[in-house]
Design a protein around this ligand. Structure first.
Ligand SMILES: Nc1nc2c(ncn2[C@@H]2O[C@H](COP(=O)(O)OP(=O)(O)OP(=O)(O)O)[C@@H](O)[C@H]2O)c(=O)[nH]1
Ligand SMILES: C[S@@+](CC[C@H](N)C(=O)[O-])C[C@H]1O[C@@H](n2cnc3c(N)ncnc32)[C@H](O)[C@@H]1O
Ligand code: SF4
Ligand code: SF4
Length: 326
């Protein structure tokens, strides 16, 4: 369905949990965010119902995220149920990769098409620092397993933070040379916990791209790579994979935004940077029909804001990515 800015909204990002097994500095405070009581979180059946309803207003692509989606019990069953909805033609997952090696086989068998894995550094001690305790080796095992299983395209998400991983940009970009890995550099966004870090830590796409081209040569634009998100893709000469840029701050992609978010607590959020949400959990638990739920999804599409205004002084989102469904 089209919104009032003539954007086709066909992508639903579903946060299946607000919990996480890591505590990345730019995403969560050390103690984690306050844990929502379990009964406030949508059940897997409720999530399936919302996705079914959203297909009635044109949703075709679903991404499971969080928090960390692989800590949610029953995630494989959820994937199986969503893969069985005929209107859904792309079912993907964004994960920190820690539990991926163990679960990738069953997820693939259940119908998961592909994975995006977050990886900000190639140095084990640094990884442990930024994630407050994560083990890089486990993430690599997850990436290798995903490649073996053909969860293609396997994309890597690198949030670039000045003074933390800006010295590794070219090494990370080189990962795209020999294998079909799609390395995406993401501009740091000023969310709750990241609001402080983002002032000094933010690096623009232009700067990142400059470093890569200076050391590794010209990037050629790639027209199409499976996906529904905001990245623009390029290739280094002769590379098996690609390099992508997600320029959320410097060159926002709101004009081609195609998505809604479903938070773990059952709210539909039309825009990442606007606090406005429509509650679906109440109606779900009062027995709303699929048509009634679809009407609420349509309202979220109609009410979708045109863009964020971070560059014109819009204040940061008070919530963290993990709470909204990053
Ligand atoms: N500002 C903004 N940033 C977004 C939005 N959606 C995704 N992002 C950013 O893009 C990053 C990568 O998102 P992913 O979860 O990997 O998914 P994607 O890039 O949409 O997925 P595909 O292109 O379908 O592979 C997120 O971590 C955010 O930093 C959005 O709606 N607005
Ligand atoms: C919130 S996480 C949820 C899924 C999973 N836990 C993971 O880390 O991939 C989704 C993505 O959001 C990104 N992210 C978190 N905080 C961010 C911020 N302040 N700016 C830009 N990206 C951010 C993460 O790096 C990750 O790639
Ligand atoms: S970025 Fe992902 S892995 Fe890191 S704390 Fe946030 S939700 Fe957890
Ligand atoms: S900031 Fe809002 S309108 Fe812009 S791309 Fe993100 S969700 Fe879409």
């Amino acid at each position: 369905m089209e919104d009032r800015y003539q954007r086709e909204i066909n992508y639903l990002r579903v946060s299946v949990t607000d919990r996480c097994n890591l505590r990345c500095h730019y995403c969560m405070p050390p103690q984690g965010v306050s844990v929502v009581p379990r009964k406030e979180i949508l059940t897997l059946e409720e999530i399936v119902r919302v996705v079914q309803a959203s297909t009635r207003v044109g949703v075709k692509k679903v991404r499971l995220t969080g928090g960390e989606p692989l800590v949610r019990r029953g995630i494989t069953g959820l994937v199986r149920a969503l893969a069985a909805i005929p209107e859904i033609d792309d079912l993907a997952l964004t994960t920190n990769g820690i539990l991926l090696a163990a679960q990738a086989g069953q997820l693939k068998a259940a119908g998961l098409r592909r994975v995006n894995v977050s990886l900000d550094t190639l140095k084990p001690e640094r990884y442990s620092y930024i994630t407050r305790g994560g083990r890089l080796e486990a993430v690599w095992q997850g990436i290798e397993r995903s490649l073996e299983l053909g969860l293609h395209p396997v994309k890597l998400n690198v949030v670039v933070v000045r003074g933390f991983n800006d010295d590794e940009i070219c090494d990370l970009a080189r990962l795209s040379l020999d294998r079909p890995l799609h390395v995406r550099f993401i501009e740091l966004m000023p969310f709750g916990t990241a609001a402080g870090v983002s002032r000094e830590g933010y690096v623009s796409t232009a700067e990142i791209r400059g470093w890569i081209e200076e050391e590794l040569g010209q990037l050629q634009e790639v027209r199409k790579l499976t996906g529904s998100g905001p990245a623009r893709y390029y290739r280094l000469a002769g590379a098996a994979g690609t390099i992508g840029f997600i320029s959320a701050v410097s060159d926002h992609f709101c004009g081609r935004c195609n998505r809604l978010r479903l938070t773990a607590t059952g709210a539909l959020r039309p825009c990442l940077f606007h606090e406005y949400e429509i509650d679906l959990k109440g109606p779900l638990r009062r027995g709303a029909t699929l048509d009634e739920l679809a009407e609420l999804v349509a309202r979220a599409v109609r009410d979708k804001p045109g863009q964020h205004h971070l560059n014109q002084g819009q204040s940061c989102s008070r919530k963290n990515m993990s709470q909204i469904g990053g």
